[in-house]
Design a protein around this ligand. Structure first.
Ligand SMILES: O=P(O)(O)OC[C@@H](O)[C@@H](O)c1c[nH]c2ccccc12
Length: 262
């Protein structure tokens, strides 16, 4: 089993357990459930394009940053004028939680993406209940039918959908999905290999109705200037900010530099 298969196998167990403990009706009674979401896709078009991620650890890098609280990091990102904030909620492999999402929501008015391995509508409802504005769907682990169903479920709740692909085959099964954004992951989630060339290669195959997002392995502003030439409007960055003592300040410096070159 590769790491992605392991994560998904664990996720099925986790979701079944949660379903038996917390009914959907309880999620729907959250004070956040009826809030109007901010649009991440729209924000990417008008702002810096940076989606900064809160990521404590990952299967590929183990510990990245365990010492900050999520409110300080997300508030710092907002002060840096990011276009969106991604909050990892997977506990076992990334050290995140739904509480992280809740505290992030309480701290900022910037669109928040729930970064999670979505396999069930229950998690989409959870995302809304804990204050997310957008969800991630990973084409590598879902069928076309599941992608369509989960994306429609998110749209019905007023959230945006970022659909992540890594290759042409995954793009093909994503074309009928009502996603707002297609994200090309530069990291192969099965092998952890990272290459920005992947975003460049797939760019022209992505229809213009989707906002294009490049994900992972971005560590300098010239990579972004380059990716913009391929039509990318969103740039998901985690480790490059999180590995520093002050992720918000790192994001601010990055965005200031970006403004001076593009
Ligand atoms: O830390 P990086 O290399 O900047 O990557 C951020 C983000 O793209 C990455 O965390 C990610 C992309 N897709 C995912 C799916 C699940 C978990 C994590 C991810």
């Amino acid at each position: 089993m590769n790491i992605l298969d392991k994560i998904i196998a664990d996720k099925f167990k986790e979701v079944e357990l949660k379903k038996s403990l917390i009914p959907v009706s309880q999620l729907e009674s959250s004070v956040l459930f009826d809030r109007k979401c901010f649009s991440l896709a729209e924000n990417l078009k008008s702002g810096s394009g940076i989606i900064a991620e809160h990521k404590r650890r990952s299967p590929s890098k183990s510990v990245i940053n365990q010492s900050h609280n999520v409110q300080d990091v997300t508030k710092g990102y907002e002060d840096a004028e990011v276009s969106g904030i991604s909050v990892l909620t997977d506990g076992k492999y990334f050290g995140g939680s739904l509480e992280d999402l809740l505290y992030a929501r309480a701290s900022v008015e910037t669109p928040i993406l729930r970064k999670e391995f979505m396999i069930d509508k229950y998690q989409v409802t959870e995302a809304k209940a804990y204050g997310a504005d957008a969800i991630l769907l990973i084409a590598a682990v879902l069928t076309e039918e599941q992608l369509i169903y989960l994306a429609n479920s998110a749209k019905e709740l007023g959230m945006d959908v970022l659909l992540e692909i890594h290759n042409e085959e995954e793009l093909q099964k994503s074309l009928k999905v009502k996603a707002d954004m297609i994200g090309v992951n530069n990291r192969n989630l099965k092998t952890f290999e990272v290459s920005i060339e992947n975003s460049k290669k797939l760019a022209e195959l992505i229809p213009n109705e989707f906002v294009k997002v490049s994900e992972s392995g971005i560590s300098n502003t010239s990579a972004i200037a380059d990716l913009k030439n391929y039509g990318y409007q969103g740039f998901l960055i985690g480790e490059n900010f999180m590995k520093t003592d002050n992720p918000g300040a790192a994001a601010k410096e990055f965005i200031t530099e970006l403004k001076s070159i593009v």
